[in-house]
Design a protein around this ligand. Structure first.
Ligand SMILES: [Zn+2]
Length: 389
């Protein structure tokens, strides 16, 4: 790879929860068959690797990196990680994604080894998956456990006989361990008990209960009838990120994205353990092993960006990636000290390197910049986001 800029050709994941219109409306992505278009992956993960063009030949980014890791990734990353450490996605959720948790590094290594170091039922690789989500449109999500007294109040109001013994026990052990036991009981209700609890929630909603959670509860009820994950708003924070707002989720955080379009940046991993809101495999014991049952506080959920002119940098406590969003600029110099992916979110962007090589991109297009590029100049009307490590 001797050029400074490589336009990315990215694969689209047609998961059932995807929007049929969002990617077309925002970025002009064609959708002639009106398929659900859930995710666009930008990166080198084997489950959805981007392609680049070298001369007239199309080659996977993974192969291009493997041919000369030091020049593409930079010495530091080539030595430490040996691959592109991050993965970037655009998510377009029409219905909710599964109620899920991502493992930390040790859990992923152990889980993957238990599967004989092969992608399998629970683990797809040996990496952790901390993630950042940045809203492009208003983005509804559930993230992190509510304070325990709030969870207790919600379930007292639901007043379900099936849950009362477990709830009473939780109230006398109002701590992470007590909550963990309550959560396991909830997720593993027998079919009849589950359907009774969901019926009680429905009646409670119809009677005007849970007013502040209605938007989430009604949506989940419609999307996943009969699924115990519908109860998640009673124990998880419900939040709507406005465009430009972002959250960071460390491994072990229970969450579900509900509706809207966002950029998601994560360590290069596809490890997801699920508890509900999905027709995919559910593994409650493994999910519980990987979940941190501490309560979290709503005001800590959103990331506070460092702002400099029209640039915003969103600090994250991991080394796998850095994430910034850049606004209008003229010949703004960008230093390159690792491989980068730049994704245009709005308008037009031109990149020009110090030798005069130039690339022009519009909203929805993305470019891979190898570490050897060293520096380039950015001119844009609109917005783009930059991921590097
Ligand atoms: Zn996730």
């Amino acid at each position: 790879m001797m050029a400074s800029f490589y336009r990315l050709r990215n694969s689209i994941k047609n998961y059932a929860w995807g929007s049929r219109t969002a990617l077309n409306a925002l970025f002009g992505v064609p959708n002639p068959d009106e398929q659900p278009q859930a995710e666009i992956w930008m990166g080198a993960h084997p489950a959805g690797c981007s392609e680049i063009e070298i001369g007239a030949v199309s080659i996977s980014l993974q192969d291009a990196i493997a041919q000369s890791p030091e020049t593409v990734l930079g010495e530091r990353t080539a030595e430490k990680v040996g691959q592109l450490p991050f993965l970037v996605k655009i998510l377009a959720a029409e219905t909710a994604l599964s109620l899920q948790v991502h493992p930390d590094k040790r859990q992923a290594e152990e889980g993957y080894a238990r599967q004989g170091n092969r992608a399998g039922d629970d683990y797809n690789d040996a990496n952790h998956k901390p993630e950042l989500v940045y809203a492009i449109t208003p983005f509804m999500a559930m993230n992190g456990f509510r304070p325990y007294p709030e969870i207790v109040n919600h379930f007292l109001r639901l007043n379900s006989p099936e849950l009362m013994p477990a709830l009473t026990e939780f109230r006398t052990n109002l701590n992470a361990d007590g909550f963990k036991r309550f959560f396991v009981c909830l997720m593993q209700l027998a079919p009849q008990a589950k359907s009774n609890v969901l019926k009680q929630l429905k009646e409670s909603l119809e009677a005007g209960g849970f007013v502040h959670l209605q938007e989430f509860l009604i949506r989940l009820q419609q999307d996943y009838p009969g699924d115990i994950g519908i109860l998640a708003p009673l124990f998880l924070h419900c939040i709507t990120l406005e465009p430009g707002e972002a959250m960071f989720l460390q491994g072990g955080t229970l969450h579900a994205y509900v509706h809207g379009t966002a950029v998601e940046v994560m360590a290069c991993s596809d490890n997801v353990l699920r508890a509900g809101l999905t027709p995919k495999k559910i593994n409650v014991p493994e999910l519980v092993n990987c979940t941190v049952f501490s309560e979290t506080h709503e005001h800590t959920l959103k990331l506070v960006a460092d702002t400099a002119g029209t640039d915003r940098h969103y600090p994250v406590p991991v080394e796998d990636f850095r994430f910034s969003v850049m606004g209008n600029c003229q010949q703004k110099r960008i230093e390159v000290d690792s491989a980068q992916i730049l994704l245009v979110l709005e308008g037009f962007t031109t990149l020009r390197d110090t030798r005069g090589e130039e690339m022009r991109l519009r909203a929805g297009q993305s470019v891979f910049i190898p570490a050897l590029t060293e520096a380039y100049f950015l001119t844009q009307t609109g917005q783009s986001c930059l991921v590097q490590c």
